[in-house]
Design a protein around this ligand. Structure first.
Ligand SMILES: C[S@@+](CC[C@H](N)C(=O)[O-])C[C@H]1O[C@@H](n2cnc3c(N)ncnc32)[C@H](O)[C@@H]1O
Length: 215
């Protein structure tokens, strides 16, 4: 697949507008209710902006698996790992819309490729097929896996005046603000908790999807 992040990966952190995006990430991570020792997938991890927060939650005995299709973004993530001195983070280059169910075998709880949590921040709206990515993510989940989806939409209501700026912000990364990938979690997790930030621009959902087998 085309890597639209290739040329601006080294600039991603500077351009990510963290004051806007980070509160959504933190809310998503809180929704995962992580405990020390757990294994969490950061789906579409990019440069690893979530890693420090995930590390704080799962601790050195936990495991973090960052999955991304972009070699250039993973290069930046690798540099972050070195800076952080973290040895419990694996980086996997894979297309979320095609990742095999056993792609994480051996990385999580020995042989069982089932994770405790999955986080997807601002990534599903960038995949060309969020529904396909979702099916593949569900294949990594067990009956108790927590999942959080954080993504952007065009602001509505009182914040509608900000819509052109929000659409502009989505464009460089190729995010589709009409994708609304959090509806996939709402559909599969009856216990989905919902919140939003920045006038509805950032949508946060967390829940426990029914496992792929029982859907
Ligand atoms: C906007 S960035 C978000 C990165 C990170 N989650 C964050 O919050 O900063 C979107 C990321 O999704 C990745 N991505 C897009 N489509 C993908 C796919 N089909 N499979 C894996 N990664 C994908 C991109 O390479 C990019 O790193």
């Amino acid at each position: 697949m085309t890597d639209r992040y290739h040329s601006f990966a080294p600039l991603y952190d500077a351009l990510a507008c963290e004051p806007v995006s980070r509160p959504g990430c933190l809310a998503g991570i809180a929704g995962l209710r992580l405990r020390p020792g757990q294994a969490v997938v950061d789906a579409g991890c990019g440069t690893g902006l979530n890693f420090a927060w995930l590390e704080a939650a799962v601790g050195p005995g936990g495991r973090i698996i960052g999955i991304d299709a972009s070699a250039a973004m993973l290069d930046q993530a690798r540099k972050r790992l070195r800076r952080g001195g973290w040895s419990n983070i694996d980086l996997v280059r894979a297309d979320l819309t095609a990742i095999a169910p056993d792609a994480l075998a051996g990385r999580v709880h020995g042989a069982a490729p089932v994770v405790d949590a999955v986080l997807a921040t601002y990534s599903l709206s960038v995949t060309r097929d969020p529904a396909a990515a979702w099916e593949r993510i569900m294949a990594l989940c067990g009956p108790r896996t927590r999942v959080a989806v954080v993504d952007m939409q065009v602001p509505t209501g009182a914040a509608a005046a900000l819509a052109p700026a929000a659409a502009l912000a989505c464009r460089p990364g190729g995010s589709d603000p009409s994708a609304h990938p959090w509806t996939l979690l709402e559909h599969d997790a009856p216990d989905t908790e919902a919140s939003s930030l920045r006038g509805g621009h950032i949508q946060i959902r967390a829940g426990t999807p029914r496992s792929a087998a029982s859907r």
